[in-house]
Design a protein. Structure first.
Length: 239
């Protein structure tokens, strides 16, 4: 294991993890962008499946696609990277992932920047929301409060990030001493901007990814390899 990375982790009092789809890849949850396989956005059109316009045009199609993703996530288990992150109760986890694998691994402080696939909410934003069974996801249905459609409580392209989550993430980023960036292409903003925010506030940046990402230039240390192998090794014994 890289000594510089270990030293950064050991000496930091406040650590933020910032994760993306690569964190859950070894659990069998597909990523969005992948030079080898292409990822979800090679085979599926995000404008049709992950935007308010796509949902308005064909809500059944979008609901069906999310049902497929929900079943995939229900069958997945947290991998050693989730488990190692979750075991560190002193780390604030800022994630772009809508899966619930960090929580299922037992992580305490999880900030979900892009919402969660484990919940539906009213598309008209009347305030109604309800938990869904990922293993047995519901089809398209009406909001019991206002009659509009229910939809996954995730952030779609063109939508604003949940304000509370974003503010909590910003607070964590400006006050941490180290950020562990795991499995993100760092291609989607504003989330990816948190890495530069952390760096400009003086934190050290450690990146774990199978390949260079758009954040590589910001890294103090870049560890190339699988999250499930590198993260547990990096986080083992604190002092
Ligand atoms: P991406 O699919 O864009 O990137 C996944 C990253 O994980 C890539 O850089 C891979 O190289 C890396 N990776 C793959 N397997 C890995 C492994 N086993 N260990 C470590 N790294 C690995 O996913 P995100 O960066 O999360 O947004 O994408 C950001 C956002 O784009 C998502 O939250 C989603 C998507 O559109 C919304 O749905 C709003």
């Amino acid at each position: 294991m890289n000594d510089v990375a270990r030293r950064i982790i050991r000496s930091a009092e406040r650590i933020v993890s910032f994760s993306g789809a690569g964190l859950s890849a070894e659990s069998g949850v597909p990523t969005f962008r992948d030079p080898q396989t292409g990822g979800l956005w090679k085979d599926f059109d995000p404008t049709r499946l992950a935007s308010p316009q796509g949902f308005a045009a064909d809500p059944d199609l979008v609901t069906e696609w999310y049902a497929w993703r929900r079943r995939t996530i229900a069958e997945a288990q947290p991998n050693p990277a989730h488990t190692a992150l979750a075991a560190r109760g002193d780390i604030t986890h800022v994630t772009q992932n809508v899966d619930d694998l960090l929580r299922r691994a037992g992580a305490q402080h999880v900030i979900e920047l892009h919402g969660t696939i484990a919940r539906d909410r009213c598309h008209a934003a009347c305030g109604h929301e309800e938990a869904v069974d990922l293993a047995d996801p519901p089809g398209l249905r009406a909001c019991p409060a206002c009659g509009d459609h229910l939809r996954p409580d995730v952030v779609w392209f063109g939508e604003t990030l949940p304000a509370e989550a974003w503010e909590a993430a910003e607070r964590a980023c400006v006050s941490c001493e180290a950020m562990l960036v795991v499995g993100t292409s760092a291609a989607v903003y504003p989330a990816a901007g948190l890495i530069a925010l952390c760096k400009s506030a003086g934190a050290k940046i450690i990146i774990v990814n199978t390949q260079p990402s758009e954040a590589s230039d910001l890294a103090d240390v870049e560890l190339l390899g699988k999250a499930g192998e590198i993260v547990p090794e990096l986080l083992q014994e604190r002092h």
